[in-house]
Design a protein around this ligand. Structure first.
Ligand SMILES: Cc1ncc(C[n+]2csc(CCOP(=O)(O)OP(=O)(O)O)c2C)c(N)n1
Ligand SMILES: [Mg+2]
Length: 606
């Protein structure tokens, strides 16, 4: 303890240490100055290197980084923000964690209890603000004696429920003398830290029923999601045995490597034609750890028999009516299923799938090399795919970058990738990448980000990247692997939504809401002491990647790309085709260029 009489804030940090918290994503304010003082004491006065305080440029970034930390490490993400505006800024990042089922603990300040209720400055009703996002656990620390059990329960609720927990700590309570051990009196709690989630396995009878359905299938299709990220070997083994193909939901992109011949890649709006074809023709659907929301891309009800594995009972039999819905951990359940499965490797289905995968890849190659004005965004992605470093961690923002990551980047074994999946918030790409780099400084990290997302908050997050990189340099040689690349798809457009407006609403591009100013993203990087290049010709794309991946400084590629290259689902429904035609005939200023691109990208021929 740093002082003879520790405060509640000192005790709080001690308890976080007991939960193995190492990194705190934070932004200060008077509502948490008591905690900041304790952090300073414990890190500087005591020389305790236990806490790495990541000061961000905006609290939303702290929430997103905490989420990404949880996603990439499996640990609890911890973020800290002040009362009122700080907590409000944090919210979007916390919702990202909640919707993607990540354990995150948020600690927020509040004005001193002594003044609360008096409309004091920065006083907001934090319980109301946080009660939805932190519905699993939300408490106000009112008495020093609560400290141990509130922290312990917040962590257990976050880990056990794979969700967000929040603790509000009023300013005056932060400075009170700690009560390290409450007296043994009626109503007191005597809590200890620590929790390991249990094994979760379905009953034997249910496993046998699932195996019977899978064994009866001749054309089994698997979709793996985020819940299968730790079950790579098990998914592969089951797919091999069943002669099945494996498609992936976006958050499950890294669950199974893309270089296996029976892996069809992503499925859905940003899915490959191979996945789409497999979904259409399969007779049995096996969902593993996914709550994939695009139900229109699943087989029609009744056309396939369904088996699902998910740890969360409320996710079972939701997107498709399942014949057998197994509540269980994906790795454990697949391992238990494997001995019950017959050998289907000789089926022709597997050959069909491999053919579709080859066709999809050939299509990507042609699409990437089609001309565009000035650069085809897929060409930029394709050139990265050709030289993706081993062990890379990729992030993408919400927008066309997520589409290209999902559809056209082939992950190899050991790589990681994530996005804001269910919330699909813009602005996740760069903070996710920085959280990945801080957790894995020995691995290359690459963020794919739209210009709109860059302008929304990516530029602020780049300030954090520069700060952390300089800090690593000041402390030694910098990151063991220096590679940190941000690709900005600079299309001067909120392009993903422009395309949605056309295809889903039948509306032409609305210039007033869709057009973005052209910024010099590489120059901005250099302004921060980083490096970058602006690419305006297709022939310069490959060398830009070579430079970026050889740079010993975080590097921004500002790629000037064509907003009219379509980011459409693998197959348009008749209604969508009609809407697109209507949009283009309704005064869309880009109509001619779009029509050209639809042809070049082979959309119209399909
Ligand atoms: C916070 C937030 N606001 C709005 C949206 C809706 N939205 C999804 S993608 C997108 C366009 C993103 O534009 P940009 O970052 O430039 O990427 P592009 O699609 O042009 O490559 C928008 C507005 C969102 N997902 N999140
Ligand atoms: Mg854009």
């Amino acid at each position: 303890m740093p002082r003879s009489q520790p405060t509640v804030s000192d005790h709080l940090l001690q308890r976080l240490e007991a939960w193995n918290v190492r990194r705190i994503f934070a932004y200060p304010g008077d509502g948490i100055n008591g905690i900041m003082g304790a952090l300073r004491r414990v890190t500087e006065d005591d020389g305790n290197e236990r806490f790495d305080v990541v000061q961000v440029a905006h609290e939303e970034l702290a929430g997103l980084m905490a989420t990404a930390h949880a996603k990439f490490t499996g640990e609890v993400g911890v973020c800290l923000a002040t009362s009122g505006p700080g907590a409000i800024h944090l919210l979007n990042g916390l919702y990202d964690a909640k919707l993607d089922h990540q354990p995150v603990v948020a600690i927020v300040g509040q004005q001193a209890f002594a003044g609360v209720g008096g409309s004091t400055q920065q006083e907001t009703n934090l319980r109301s603000i946080l009660q939805d996002v932190a519905s699993a656990f939300l408490e106000t620390l009112s008495s020093p004696e609560q400290l141990r059990h509130l922290i312990d329960r917040a962590f257990r609720a976050a880990i056990g429920g794979r969700t967000v927990a929040a603790i509000i700590v009023p300013h005056d309570v932060q400075q009170k003398p700690a009560v390290l051990e409450p007296p043994q009196e009626h109503g007191r709690q005597h809590s200890a830290p620590g929790f390991v989630p249990p094994r979760l396995l379905p009953r034997d009878e249910e496993l046998r029923r699932a195996a019977a359905v899978l064994n009866a299938g001749r054309k089994v299709a698997i979709i793996a999601g985020a819940g299968a990220l730790h079950a790579t070997d098990e998914v592969i083994a089951v797919a091999e045995r069943l002669g099945a193909g494996v498609a992936k939901a976006l958050l499950g992109k890294a669950a199974v490597p893309d270089d296996l011949p029976f892996v069809t890649g992503s499925v859905g709006w940003l899915g490959t034609p191979a996945s789409n074809r497999m979904m259409r023709d399969c007779d049995t659907l096996l969902l593993v750890g996914t709550n994939f929301p695009y139900t229109e891309f699943l087989p029609e009800e009744g056309k396939a028999r369904g088996v699902q594995i998910d740890v969360e009972p409320r996710n079972l039999s939701l997107r498709y009516p399942m014949e057998v819905a197994l509540a269980g951990d994906s790795a454990e359940t697949l391992s238990a299923l494997l001995p019950l499965l017959g050998d289907h490797r000789a089926e022709s289905w597997r050959g069909d799938i491999e053919g579709w995968v080859r066709e999809s890849r050939a299509l990507t190659d042609r699409q990437a090399h089609a001309p565009a004005e000035p650069i085809n965004p897929l060409r930029v992605i394709w050139e990265l795919d050709q030289r993706l470093p081993d062990d890379a961690i990729l992030t993408a923002d919400s927008g066309t970058s997520a589409y290209w990551l999902g559809r056209d980047i082939r992950l190899r074994r050991g790589m990681k990738a994530s996005v804001s999946g269910s919330l699909a918030t813009m602005g996740c790409g760069v903070p996710y990448a920085l959280a990945a780099k801080l957790a894995f400084p020995e691995r290359p990290v690459i963020a794919l980000v739209g210009d709109g997302a860059m302008q929304m908050s990516g530029l602020s997050a780049l300030i954090d990247v520069a700060k952390r990189w300089k800090l690593a340099r000041a402390r030694g040689k910098g990151w063991p692997d220096q590679r940190f690349v941000v690709l900005v798809l600079n299309n001067r457009d909120l392009s993903y939504v422009t395309w949605e407006q056309r295809v889903m609403e039948g509306d032409p591009r609305y210039a007033a809401t869709q057009t973005l100013p052209d910024l010099a993203y590489a120059d901005f990087a250099r302004l921060l002491g980083l490096d970058g290049v602006r690419v305006e010709r297709p022939e310069d794309v490959a060398s830009a990647w070579e430079r970026a991946l050889a740079s010993d400084v975080p590097f921004v590629i500002d790629a000037v790309v064509d907003r009219n290259v379509p980011t459409l689902p693998p197959e348009l429904k008749a209604e969508q085709e009609d809407k697109l035609a209507k949009a283009l005939a309704s005064g869309d200023a880009d109509a001619d260029a779009v029509l050209d691109q639809l042809q070049l990208q082979e959309v119209t021929q399909r």
